[in-house]
Ligand binder design. Structure first.
Ligand code: PLP
Length: 286
């Protein structure tokens, strides 16, 4: 079935969804994106993603192309038009297409490009992978320094996934100055003696929307949380490891660089956090 895609104010069949070759995101990676999960036809943490979109745009000197309410309307319209039950909505906003290539930003008033499309993933929350856990490798983090901005510069994360695939693993954790920053498209955690440890917020990592929710639920459940850097050796010696992202929710990590983490099977903390996250997020989904 052909998808209906939103492009600059119009809902069009995917084959007709086009942007200019002069678009700043195509030429300069000058754009930001968000991915919001849909479960049972409803959006998970839309407000969090809209707030981060506004922040990412602001950090790059751009404003929101429309109000949050209008964005919500488009998300919902795409769910309906594409009969989406479980999956994701991808949104991208760029600095627009000024009609030529130039390093200088386009003149004030150049319309931003706004694209949204759906990705159907039936049974997204029931992934068998969650019962099995994933395997990661470690790779150097050579990305730019403003990883808190969710830009479309995804070449290195994409290469990282390919390095993982080549090594027979599922994903890569990136390491800088001896410490884990995050996964290629997710935040990284370990659990030691009941304490959940994850990298503190800064410009070194993306401020995950799932991370914020999971840490809130963990604290509400009286679990101990430490937001600090940790090493790969510490992760290998941990009782458990896991990742979080909008489309993976909470996903156990059972192997790092070929070494089993804990028992080599998904641990109780990650498993419980996944249940709590899915249950609580569904309750307030819009
Ligand atoms: N870190 C990186 C580098 C990411 O690309 C992502 C998601 O795409 C995340 C973390 C997780 O963020 P969220 O929970 O908002 O999906």
């Amino acid at each position: 079935m052909s998808r209906t895609v939103y492009v600059n104010g119009e809902y069009v069949p995917e084959a007709e969804a086009k942007v200019s070759v002069f678009d700043r995101a195509f030429l300069m990676a000058d754009g930001v994106y968000e991915v919001t999960s849909v479960l049972g036809g409803r959006l998970i943490d839309f407000d969090g993603h809209a707030a981060r979109l506004e922040r990412s745009l602001g950090e790059l000197g751009m404003g929101m192309p429309m109000s949050r309410d209008e964005l919500l309307t488009i998300h919902r319209e795409l769910v309906v038009r594409n009969d989406l039950t479980d999956g994701m909505i991808y949104l991208q906003v760029t600095r627009g297409a000024p009609g030529d290539r130039d390093f200088a930003f386009p003149p004030e008033g150049t319309p931003q490009t706004v694209v949204l499309f759906t990705q159907s993933k039936p049974g997204l929350a029931d992934s068998p992978l969650a019962k099995q856990g994933i395997r990661v490798i470690s790779i150097p983090d050579v990305r730019w320094g403003r990883r808190d901005i969710k830009t479309v510069q995804l070449l290195y994360p994409s290469m990282g996934k390919m390095m993982a695939k080549k090594a027979g693993a599922d994903d890569a954790w990136m390491v800088e100055d001896g410490a884990v920053t995050e996964g290629t498209s997710n935040n990284a955690y370990i659990v030691k003696d009941g304490t959940i440890v994850t990298r503190n917020l800064g410009t070194e990592i993306l401020h995950g929307i799932t991370r914020a929710a999971v840490l809130r639920f963990a604290r509400e459940a009286q679990m101990k949380v430490e937001e600090r850097a940790f090493t790969i050796d510490e992760a290998k010696a941990a009782d458990e490891a896991f990742i979080t992202s909008a489309s993976m929710f909470v996903m156990p990590v059972v192997e790092i660089d070929g070494d089993a983490v804990g028992s080599g099977a998904p641990g109780p903390v990650a498993t419980r956090l996944r249940e709590i996250y899915l249950e609580e997020s569904r309750k307030v989904a819009v």
